[in-house]
Design a protein around this ligand. Structure first.
Ligand SMILES: [Zn+2]
Ligand SMILES: [Zn+2]
Length: 406
């Protein structure tokens, strides 16, 4: 059987649920190792079935690199009727020429309900600068939230002017989400004009600056993260953690390591390798986990601590996170939907709904954002948590904070 026939057999199996089909198809291609992406690309070069195209593209979306395969598949889908919808999942890898070609197709007859609109939706998220010049011709405000990211200074100025007249909070939120230095300057300037100091305190990091120190709210550059097999990347996910981890104060279960970043393989100047942890028990006992990394080992804050479990349940096994440069370095302005397998290292957080950053228990300052790990599908089975985990890092104190958001 060809890869397409194998995928069709799974997709048309009436006994399987949507989630089962997605996981089976991801496992089918993953089992092919390096050839998985190529075979998935070959399916997208020939299928005319929307469901087949969608499941196969969902697998490719979880795989790092393979840019050539993804771009070739997207170009084929572009000319293949309703299956064009599945090219949306490949948008992060589009070069400018392909991005522009899809935009041109859409502008020829803009229809927000068309399959092509899904591709434009993700172009707005990942390549907002390419779409912004045509904002008035898109026939819908669907893309407005995404196109805030990196918007020109005049747009920031006009949002501020409007807000000063109306005091409509949505205007300031939009201004913060532009996430440029100019927009951050404007948010900084309204400190004494907003209704409450608390409001300003969460607008600032959203715009990219810590409200207390004025320092950057994240680390540059931003990367997309992909869950890959053990040893494929120096950034370890799951497995057994060598030192003490926080313990659940209620049931005593050890927290699992979610991710350890290897600083020598990253362009950030950190004093130690940040690790992030989360519980797999259902006690719901904490909403944030602080761990400090010292010469004498780890120190859990506000929690008992003890040895790690032999195997991780939060992450399915010992795996790694492979990083690729994020196409949107300004910071995505559209809110995230958790459970969609978007992992990020560096840059500014893409919140499901905006939050303040946690305070460091070591120095008392707000902590910059460093990682987001989502609970969506992986090629290795489901994650053992819901929603998304957001990780923060105070380098002065070598302190990590991990928080969940549903
Ligand atoms: Zn527990
Ligand atoms: Zn600190």
């Amino acid at each position: 059987m060809t890869p397409t026939e194998c995928v069709e057999e799974i997709v048309f199996d009436p006994e399987l649920s949507v989630a089962d089909k997605a996981q089976s198809i991801i496992e089918y291609f993953s089992a092919q190792g390096d050839r998985g992406a190529e075979n998935a690309g070959a399916c997208l070069m020939e299928t005319t079935d929307e469901a087949v195209a969608e499941y196969v593209a969902e697998y490719l979306e979880l795989v790092p690199d393979a840019r050539q395969v993804k771009v070739r598949a997207a170009e084929r889908l572009r000319a293949a009727g309703p299956v064009v919808r599945s090219a949306a999942r490949l948008v992060p890898w589009f070069p400018e020429s392909v991005t522009d070609a899809f935009i041109e197709d859409y502008l020829a007859s803009p229809d927000p309900d068309s399959p092509l609109a899904s591709v434009i939706f993700n172009i707005a998220v990942y390549h907002p600068d390419r779409l912004r010049p045509y904002e008035d011709r898109l026939g819908t405000s669907l893309y407005r939230a995404s196109l805030l990211s990196g918007a020109p200074d005049e747009r920031a100025d006009s949002l501020l002017r409007d807000w000063r007249e109306t005091h409509d909070r949505a205007g300031l939120l939009s201004l913060a989400l532009i996430r440029t230095p100019h927009a951050a300057d404007l948010i900084t300037s309204v400190r004494d004009e907003v209704d409450t100091y608390e409001e300003w305190e969460w607008l600032m990091p959203l715009a990219g600056r810590m409200s207390d120190s004025g320092a950057a709210a994240g680390f540059r550059p931003a990367f997309m993260g992909f869950v890959t097999d053990r040893g494929e990347s120096p950034h370890v996910m799951g497995g057994r953690y060598e030192q003490d981890v926080p313990l659940c104060a209620r049931c005593n279960a050890p927290a699992d390591r979610v991710l350890t970043l290897s600083v020598s393989d990253l362009p950030y100047e950190f004093s130690s390798d940040p690790s992030f942890f989360w519980f797999s028990c259902d006690c719901d006992e904490v909403d944030i986990l602080y761990v400090q990394f010292t010469a004498d080992g780890t120190r859990a804050f506000y929690q008992p601590q003890g040895p790690s479990a032999e195997t991780s349940r939060v992450v399915p096994g010992e795996l790694s996170m492979t990083l690729e440069t994020h196409p949107n370095q300004t910071g995505v302005s559209r809110a995230a939907i958790t459970g969609r397998s978007r992992h990020q290292v560096g840059g500014l957080p893409r919140w499901p709904s905006p939050e303040t950053h946690p305070l460091c228990p070591g120095c008392g300052n707000f902590m910059p954002f460093l990682v987001a790990v989502d609970s969506g599908l992986t090629p290795f089975g489901p994650m053992g948590f819901g929603g998304s985990l957001f990780g923060f890092w105070c380098d002065r104190c070598s302190m990590s904070a991990t928080r969940s958001q549903i």
